[in-house]
Design a protein around this ligand. Structure first.
Ligand SMILES: [Zn+2]
Length: 436
């Protein structure tokens, strides 16, 4: 089915290079805007927060934000060089030629293809390690957030690699097999398999995967338990359990989440959250999470993920049969054998370059959902509690109060503090008397 065309191959190389450069420029522009904006406002706490946030905390948040943005620029630059190395400079092609000419080829077409994906994963994982290490043990450490020992970090790395192999390898093998044997509509079958796999992981995550990394203990504080249970009943939820997770063994950042489906539903509080917030504030944070469920945000997210991956698989189905897709990215397709792993790999490398440009749209939806969940929390609990909880969380996580507005549009999944708290102030301050 493959027809060689040097022209389309060359055009695709140009498009790839243009999108790569454009994306790089936009990312650098955004990061430098953020750094400039935060540095400019570092000297003074914004008026709306002058009574609640100290100058010291404000400056810590500014320095943390700037460090992360600078480091992000370095990562982006490195990622671009790496991507060029894998594609146009011949990295994937060399690896692929090595494997299809090796003894592995004697075990059928699946073995060298799986080996290609595994080798790629291993090499890029190793190349990214210094960045994870620096981020955890330099940046997070310097601002007092990192609680991990090097040993725990290493154990985590080994465990997550093992989990990745145990659950990732079978699904990748299944998809490669479908690509090779399910005919021209393989992408529809592969999409079905991928969706089934995702649902399975969602289902197993709270009870099987997460406990490999953290301890989950039933919430023991009886007063808080009664309070939280009452809130959930009021909102029409029945959770299988309320748990406290030892998040403090890795980080000082605090969080809470509501997870699982059907009977596996559970509420998880980080121990760091319970330490920082009053019972009323914990209630407000949980009500916010319940708001995401009430407004069907979780289901909407899952359905849009289904739709986007269907489009993705259909596109991959078409691209994988075009020779220019391979040659345009510096890879010689195997004319006699299977190119399924190559197609998958190139697709996963190239798609983020294009999808980056729709990220403002996705971030916008996400911020809208946060506002809706906040409004729900205010209707169910005391709005003052949500305000003070958010203020504590913004401060304890060293989130800057003065992000660059354009940077926010691209990257912020949650509204910045000023907008979010401003919106809360405008909502009814005492909803219980209003409801009564
Ligand atoms: Zn939320």
């Amino acid at each position: 089915m493959m027809a060689y065309s040097l022209d389309s191959s060359f055009v695709f190389t140009l498009v790839f290079a243009a999108v790569l450069v454009l994306g790089l420029l936009v990312k650098f522009y955004l990061a430098s805007r953020q750094i400039r904006h935060v540095a400019l406002h570092r000297g003074q706490v914004p008026a709306a927060f002058a009574a609640t946030i100290s100058l010291e905390a404000h400056q810590k948040a500014a320095d943390y934000t700037i460090s992360k943005a600078r480091f992000g620029m370095l990562e982006t630059a490195f990622g671009t060089v790496l991507l060029l190395g894998w594609t146009l400079l011949g990295g994937i092609d060399a690896l692929n030629q090595l494997l299809i000419n090796s003894e592995l080829a004697g075990y059928g077409s699946l073995a060298p293809q799986l080996a290609l994906l595994a080798a790629f994963g291993l090499i890029s994982g190793l190349l990214e390690l210094p960045f994870t290490l620096y981020s955890t043990f330099r940046i997070e450490e310097r601002f007092g957030f990192n609680k991990m020992t090097f040993r725990l970090w290493l154990v985590d790395l080994l465990k997550s690699t093992l989990v990745g192999i145990v659950i990732g390898l079978p699904i990748v093998a299944l998809i490669l097999w479908l690509m090779g044997s399910a005919g021209s509509l393989w992408w529809l079958w592969a999409w079905g398999a991928w969706m089934g796999f995702n649902l399975l992981v969602l289902l197993l995550y709270p009870t099987v995967i997460a406990p490999l990394f953290n301890k989950f203990q039933p919430l023991e504080d009886e007063a808080l338990k009664a309070r939280v249970t009452a809130l959930m009943q009021r909102c029409g939820f029945a959770a299988k359990g309320l748990f406290v997770m030892d998040g403090s063994k890795r980080t000082a950042h605090a969080n809470a989440y509501f997870t699982g489906f059907g009977a596996a539903k559970r509420v998880v509080f980080y121990d760091t959250l319970l330490k920082q917030l009053s019972p009323g504030e914990v209630d407000a944070v949980l009500a916010h999470e319940l708001g995401h469920f009430k407004h069907k945000h979780i289901i909407k997210r899952i359905v849009s993920m289904f739709a986007m991956s269907l489009a993705g698989f259909a596109l991959l189905g078409w691209l994988s049969s075009q020779a220019w897709f391979y040659t345009g990215l510096g890879v010689r397709p195997n004319l006699a054998g299977a190119n399924d792993a190559l197609a998958l790999l190139l697709f996963m490398l190239v798609v983020p370059l294009f999808s980056f440009f729709v990220s403002p749209l996705l971030a916008q939806f996400s911020r809208k959902h946060e506002f809706e969940a906040d409004a729900y929390a205010v209707a169910q609990t005391d709005g003052k509690d949500l305000q003070s909880a958010l203020l504590k969380l913004y401060q304890d996580n060293a989130n800057t109060l003065t992000p660059d507005p354009v940077f926010v549009k691209f990257y912020y999944s949650h509204p910045p503090a000023s907008e979010r708290l401003g919106r809360l102030t405008s909502l009814s301050p005492n909803p219980e008397s209003a409801a009564a």
